[in-house]
Design a protein around this ligand. Sequence first.
Ligand SMILES: [Zn+2]
Length: 75
Amino acid sequence: MGYELRAQYAEGASPSSAGPLLEIWHMTEEGETQALCGRRLDPAAWTQPSTAWGTPAADPFCRECGVRYLRMGVG
Ligand SMILES: [Zn+2]
């Protein structure tokens, strides 16, 4: 099963608004909108391949998603 990074936007911002404000990255199962930490994310939110995890491109990253991802032994 694959994983991907999905963005959470700052309060009041949306992926369709001009220059959406990135709040933090979460980890989800591929194609899912619920993060490993339980947060629901916008289906239109930006995504990145899971290989971006741990790189500056995925910063800031949700700490709880990171912990859960590691526990699954796929990181
Ligand atoms: Zn998270």
